[in-house]
Design a protein around this ligand. Structure first.
Ligand code: ADP
Ligand code: MG
Length: 234
């Protein structure tokens, strides 16, 4: 089964911290169009806190995701702390006790995150929120898995669907959150939370794929070393 050892994947959370910080200004700018312009600043506050708590040598992925969740609950004001805090704590819980992140586990992790956000925020796909990136991404991952695609291809399908979902929020009217006060005037720009969620899912896809390649490379190298030593002993 192709997968990534969870002990080697905690750094994925540090990659999320970097991605949010690099995009801090643009996420706030997107929020400024129909919100109060603080989304990048809010996210950056919580993610930076997680980066500081994790340090340079992060723990295995479930623990790193738990730390991220705690940091977001504690560090972000507004709606995003509980929403993203719940997303990452549900993901962490799904991984708890496992050793390897493979496609079925990743699918369950995305689904658990989606359910948790829906439960705490009571939004539905189509309401112009982060769910409009997350729900199609989880669905696309599952569909790719059912088609028998490789883990890497499932991740590509997931990231592409998140991007399409983010872009589709442009034509939606916000039905929950701050932007819903604008009614029809919220149409015409993409949603800030869908943008950050898409960024997070793309960063997860890229990071997991890179680790999959590294794991496969290490397995081939190990095989070659074994072959060489077998030859040498003959
Ligand atoms: P605030 O709205 O408090 O200023 P942010 O600007 O950080 O917080 O986040 C705004 C984003 O929160 C929106 O773009 C939307 O995607 C997301 N959001 C708001 N309410 C909900 C909800 N109930 N469920 C899911 N996402 C939500
Ligand atoms: Mg805002």
């Amino acid at each position: 089964m192709t997968g990534v050892p969870l002990t080697q994947a905690g750094g994925l959370v540090l990659e999320l911290v970097v991605a949010i910080n690099v995009n801090r200004a643009s996420l706030s700018e997107i929020d400024g169009a129909i919100g109060d312009g603080d989304h990048g600043v809010n996210m950056s506050k919580g993610f930076t806190r997680a980066g500081a708590a994790l340090g340079a040598s992060p723990p295995p992925l479930p623990q790193a995701l738990s730390t991220l969740s705690d940091s977001l609950f504690e560090g972000i004001g507004g709606s995003m702390g509980p929403l993203y805090g719940s997303l990452f704590s549900a993901m962490a819980e799904t991984l708890d006790g496992a050793e390897t992140l493979d496609a079925p586990l990743c699918g369950r992790m995305l689904r658990a995150g989606l359910d948790a956000v829906g439960e705490i925020g009571s939004a539905k796909p189509g309401d112009k929120t982060m769910l409009d990136a997350l729900a199609p991404a989880a669905d696309a991952f599952d569909a790719a898995q059912r088609e028998g695609k490789s883990f890497a291809d499932c991740l590509d399908a997931m990231a592409a669907a998140a991007e399409r979902g983010r872009d589709a929020t442009r034509d939606m009217v916000a039905r929950v959150g701050r932007a819903s006060r604008l009614g029809e005037r919220s149409r015409g720009v993409v949603d800030a939370g869908a943008s950050s969620c898409c960024l997070i899912l793309q960063t997860i896809a890229t990071g997991v794929k890179r680790r999959l390649e590294a794991t496969a490379g290490a397995a081939v190298a190990g095989q070659e070393t074994r072959n060489t030593s077998t030859l040498a002993s003959k």
